[in-house]
Design a protein around this ligand. Structure first.
Ligand code: GLA
Length: 743
């Protein structure tokens, strides 16, 4: 083998996790064991016929045998075994005081549900366990699907009513995860709000519950459906035990993290039981969303890298090898609702001149849309703004070498619209009650078949009649008065499930019929980001806050749960609309280049120098975007509570790294901290190439070491490098390219 190829293969082998999975059942002990990519997960059927968790963590030896599961009695009459045994999926019954996985009311008033093991099947990487109530014909099939690349386990449940009467499901969770008893756990989770998403919170797990949730009908800005638990407060990003999980659901959801009275940790997640009530007719079944969970010994940084790999290879619509995100231009911040043919064409010309690949026209092109008071629901092209339809603009965009994208908000309606005047009953509402508006709009009840068909129909027509490569799918408010008067009162609460199922089915059908179409999930920024919607959308609008400094911490938080390969960031004007600080065009680009790059500035106001900088940096970005979007991310210095922050992305074959360093403010003028890179091949030689303009070289007697032109991976990781940043809102970025062995 040629030396260069040999080195490359060796590097790949090092970087890729061991891909293997095995599901094993021991009939003697009645223990199930799932071994996958360095992780072992085990549970057994105990003496009470319950499914009892035995282990979740670092891979054990194949020869290690789990003893049969034994239920735990809590040594007190107040702690019955039902509650103290770590059950995989516990019905609410027989004295269960911890969070149940399933709660049912039967028509005769019985509310006791005790689930016992019945049978199982193993099919490739999927194990299915069938449980049944001790008396009634209620079956639950628990699915465990393991991913051989990452060891991430997908868990979900199917609840089946085989009785002869309807029953009411009041709580349906996807799974309960159990961690060993302990008091040294730290919980990580993400909180936020509109224009301030994804702020990382860290706190010790204490007795009681911490509830992460959305009751809003969609994922929400306030919590991301993601958690991570670190043992021993693994302060280092890259070492220590971490368990993590994320729920693939875009409706109301909940994850509870509880430490029970015997200090066991249980994490239960699925549909939010608040206002939940799913009537299951005889013969019907209800599927829960998938709750993914994983384990790593490589710290919280390792946990996010595993999740990123998993999302790219197993979740995204273009899995396992999604196309890199094109550089896009979006008109929103430049024109808001004032779009028209001439104005958009002028922007398109300017965007093309700097290397933009996709031109997206935002809100304002349809119906009687002048502002946010009217037009939503009327999806015809506004004849005043576009007298010849969209074709001339789309042709122009194509002639400039870009593809064309369009903003839509399919699930909403303004009361001032033809659609609402015709179908006032199509929105979520309670009969006779006020209809609370948000941004002057109401939510169409997508659970209704006629609404679902209307939404699919207009989208299909729009994409069939126009050469559209991309839809920015927006969703600008949460639910209120979530009534569905067209169905019986007992069925109305099914809206929480049916709405989202229909949303997914529209996206699925649209993509199947238009295979080239890409879609962005937006909800006033990052209000609908989760692994459910990411099965059908290629990218997300991270936040309406495009301030490049605020974005550093939003992006930092975002990447705990989601790959930078879907995280869109635009360069907008400075002072940005949120932050009055003055930042350079270069700073704004470097902030935005850590995910999918876009430009949203008003290019009509840019100077020739701005265009030159943008053109240079977009060309630089194209050299690193594969690494940034699909490589391994190392958060070297967090922007949280710090004067500076640094990220590094390394390509999977370790042939390239991209480093972004920011100085927020230099109080007291300390020299910029030394940067220690990670994830490189220590023996390989890397050459430095500046992406930003090169910072001033340190003087001969400076405390800073000059950046070498090239050095070994070991040098960059162990000796570290200095970047000469001083002042406020400063930034620099460089790339390392591995020097081929025979160069
Ligand atoms: C939302 C989006 C913005 C923009 C506007 C248009 O706020 O997040 O990016 O598309 O709607 O009305």
């Amino acid at each position: 083998m040629h030396l260069r190829t040999a080195l490359f293969t060796a590097a790949l082998a090092c970087a890729a996790p061991a891909a293997s999975a095995q599901i094993h059942y021991n009939p003697q002990t009645h223990v199930f064991r799932i071994d996958s990519a360095g992780t072992t997960y085990a549970f057994g059927v105990n003496d009470m016929q319950e499914l009892q968790q035995l282990y979740w963590g670092k891979a054990l030896a194949a020869s290690d045998n789990f003893p049969a599961a034994r239920s735990n009695d809590g040594n007190a009459s107040f702690d019955p075994a039902t509650s103290t045994t770590p059950q995989e999926y516990a019905g609410w019954g027989a004295g269960l005081y911890v969070e149940p996985a399933l709660k049912i009311t039967f028509p005769d008033g019985n509310r006791d549900l005790v689930l016992h093991y019945v049978s199982h099947t193993i099919d490739g990487n999927t194990l299915t366990i069938r449980l049944k109530d001790i008396e009634r014909e209620v079956f639950v099939s628990l699915r465990y699907t393991t991913d051989p690349q990452t060891g991430i386990l997908g868990r979900s449940a199917v609840i089946e009513n085989r009785t002869s009467d309807p029953l009411l499901i009041e709580q349906a969770e996807s799974a309960t995860w159990t961690l060993p008893r302990g008091t040294d756990y730290t919980l990580d989770y993400l909180t936020g709000r509109w224009a301030g998403e994804d702020q990382l919170q860290q706190e010790a797990i204490r007795p009681g519950q911490r509830v992460l949730e959305s009751r809003r009908g969609s994922t929400g800005h306030q919590n991301s459906p993601w958690f991570a638990v670190e043992r021993d407060h693994a302060t280092d990003q890259d070492t220590g035990d971490v368990w993590f999980g994320t729920l693939a659901w875009s409706g109301s959801w909940r994850i509870t993290v509880e430490q029970d009275q015997l200090r066991a940790i249980r994490i239960t997640g699925g549909y939010n039981p608040f206002d939940f009530g799913y009537r299951l007719a005889p013969g019907q079944s209800l599927d829960t969303p998938v709750f993914y969970g994983g384990y790593t010994h490589d710290g919280i940084g390792g946990a996010s890298r595993l999740l990123h790999r998993f999302e790219i290879a197993s979740i995204l619509p273009q899995k396992p090898t999604p196309k890199a995100r094109p550089v896009l231009y979006n008109s929103w911040e430049a024109t808001e609702f004032n779009v028209d043919e001439a104005g958009q064409e002028a922007l398109a010309e300017k965007a093309a001149s700097i290397g933009v690949e996709r031109f997206v026209m935002d809100d304002g092109w349809f119906g009687q849309r002048k502002d946010d008071h009217a037009g939503l629901g009327d999806w015809y092209v506004n004849p005043q703004k576009f007298p010849h339809g969209l074709k001339p603009l789309i042709d122009k965009v194509h002639s400039l070498g870009m593809d064309f994208g369009l903003w839509v908000e399919p699930e909403m309606v303004n009361p001032d619209s033809d659609l609402y005047r015709k179908h006032p009953d199509w929105v979520l509402n309670f009969t006779g009650r006020p209809r609370t508006e948000g941004r002057n709009q109401l939510v169409l009840n997508l659970a209704r078949q006629d609404v679902r068909d209307y939404v699919y129909g207009f989208l299909d027509k729009l994409v069939t009649e126009n050469d559209i490569a991309f839809l920015k799918w927006d969703y600008n408010r949460n639910w209120s008065e979530p009534g569905w008067p067209a169905v019986s009162p007992e069925e109305q609460k099914q809206v929480y499930v049916q709405y989202i199922d229909n949303l997914y089915s529209i996206l699925r059908e649209l993509r199947a019929k238009h295979p080239g179409l890409e879609i962005e999930s937006c909800s006033g920024g990052g209000g609908r980001v989760d692994l459910g919607i990411l099965r059908y959308t290629d990218e997300v609008w991270t936040s309406d806050n495009t301030d490049p400094f605020d974005r550093l911490s939003i992006q930092d938080g975002f990447t705990y749960a989601f790959t930078p390969g879907v995280m869109m960031a635009w360069v907008t004007d400075s002072p940005a609309w949120r932050h009055p600080g003055i930042t350079s065009v270069e700073y704004r680009f470097l902030s935005s280049m850590q995910g999918g790059l876009g430009v949203g500035a008003n290019l009509n106001h840019w100077t020739p120098e701005d265009f030159a900088t943008a053109k240079r940096l977009i060309a630089e970005y194209k050299q690193i975007r594969e690494t940034v979007q699909h490589g391994s991310l190392y958060r070297l210095v967090s922007p949280r509570g710090s004067e500076d922050s640094v990220t590094e992305s390394v390509s999977l074959d370790r042939s390239q790294a991209a480093v972004f360093a920011f100085l927020h403010t230099s109080q007291f003028g300390y020299p910029y901290p030394r940067i220690y890179l990670r994830g490189l091949d220590p023996k390989a030689e890397y050459r430095v190439h500046w992406i930003s303009s090169e910072p001033e070289k340190p003087g001969p007697h400076s405390e800073l070491t000059p950046m070498p032109d090239h050095a070994s991976g070991a040098w960059f990781m162990s000796h570290g490098v200095d970047v000469n940043l001083r002042g406020d809102f400063q930034a620099a970025a460089f790339r390392l390219d591995r020097v081929a062995a025979d160069e």
